[in-house]
Design a protein around this ligand. Sequence first.
Ligand SMILES: *Cc1c(COP(=O)(O)O)cnc(C)c1O
Length: 400
Amino acid sequence: MNDSSDLSTFGMTTQLTVIGHRSDEQYGFVNPPLYKGSTVIHRTLDDLEHRRGKFFYGTAGSPTISNLENAWNHLTGAAGTVLSPSGLGSIALAFMSFTKAGDHILISDSVYAPTRVFCDSFLAKFGVQTEYYDPLIGRKIEKLIKKSTSVIFLESPSSGTMEIQDVPGMTSVARKYGLKTILDNTWATPLFFKAHTFGVSIEAGTKYLGGHSDILLGLTSANKECWPTLRATYDSMAMLPGAEDCLLALRGMRTLHLRLKSAEKKALELAEWLLKQFEVEKVLHPAFQDCPGHEFWLRDYKGSSGVFSIVLKDEFTKNDLRDMVENMKVFRLGYSWGGYESLITLVNPSKIRTVTTWPYEGFVLRLQIGMEDLSDLEKDLNFGFERLRSGRARSALSKL
Ligand SMILES: *Cc1c(COP(=O)(O)O)cnc(C)c1O
């Protein structure tokens, strides 16, 4: 059994053990070898001139790279995948593939902040006009489409604030107007949401695929219609990740489902617990009924991962918050997610958004739930909330 056999009769977890390696081409070894390098030797002038070999030159791919690309095509159902040195690199590649000077593009107001920076600074320089839309706009996106619109960019759920978008609804509008859709699918991964039929999908492999916070990687996948353009753009730049990182991603892929399921379960339990805490104004978790867009999560997604956010009551000060988050014993302060360690980040939607109003005054904390014992995570947050409250008590005393 290998990559090219028909795997459709097998369950997803079996498929994850089979794709991305060919032991018959690897002297029997289970895992693929690490191929690094630039030059590929060709036997004949004809091979050299006409790219007859399976591999041509390092920038056009290697066995290590194509193992991961093929595995990802299999998981997403995409016609093709290319790999970038970071998730943000994948996003940039997708935009560079499907925009040109004079285009108008539509981007969710809730996207991962560096996506905004890329559009507002880099793309603007090349004459691409970015317009932001309400992440919950759904099919009404139609009203924002202009003659010059080329791309609708979605991120579902939204980074930090968790709104779930009506991906099928919005992409069907896009199709009607011949627009390309690009979806940042990092939170769900292809195991919880299959995005291939919609155009282009992005996965920051840095997160759940890598799974151990030890690589930076991006995967851009495309359906049949978008694939030739994506590949041509990629080949014109040759921004490839290192081979070691691809191998680590392939290794991460074998346990992706286990880690996602574990994160899902712990995150749900912790989110339930957080609902009951006095200091918490709101829990933003896509699987909760009151999460904006929850009905789309219910309809379209197979699960929820280990990243969600909470809004604190607005009575706490920045100093209270500092005391809470700087003195955690298990949760660490840091960006990114999908690793084995639990993390907290401060999200600032009201500062970033330009066309929607963030409805809360309190601090927004994004939590990444790692592999630690749930009871330790609860205890850690409990002591953290105590520090929040005691800060408030201190400031009340100082006013007396
Ligand atoms: C982390 C992240 C990215 C970028 O990934 P990097 O590899 O860190 O550049 C893009 N989109 C989302 C939703 C992310 O969480």
